[in-house]
Design a protein. Structure first.
Length: 107
């Protein structure tokens, strides 16, 4: 993501613009999207126009399904290379402090 998208508003505007572009590229009308997603036509229209910025996560996923992009969510949040609990186990064995030569902490 570009550094120009620094606020939530910037990201919402980008998201609404991209969804509209994908909808148009798929040759789906707002009405068709509303019917296929189960979201009201007004909600879709307002989101694409930037009027409404409170699209629910459930509605966003429904829209992504209609335009065939739900699988791209994995690109947004890829799986961690190592499960958090395994990382925690490894971190137990990493010393918290490394002694340096000449470091005499026994006083």
């Amino acid at each position: 993501m570009n550094s120009e998208f620094t606020t939530n508003q910037d990201i919402i505007e980008l998201l609404s613009r991209r969804i509209k572009e994908y909808r148009l590229a798929a040759r789906i009308s707002q009405k068709e999207m509303a019917e296929k997603s189960g979201i009201s036509l007004a909600t879709i229209s307002h989101f694409e126009q930037g009027v409404s910025q409170n699209l629910t996560l459930n509605n966003l996923i429904s829209i992504l399904r209609v335009i065939g992009m739900e699988q791209r969510l994995n690109d947004l949040l890829p799986e961690l290379p190592m499960p958090p609990m395994a990382l925690k186990q490894i971190n137990k064995y990493i010393p918290k402090r490394v002694r340096r030569a000449g470091d005499d902490t026994n006083t």
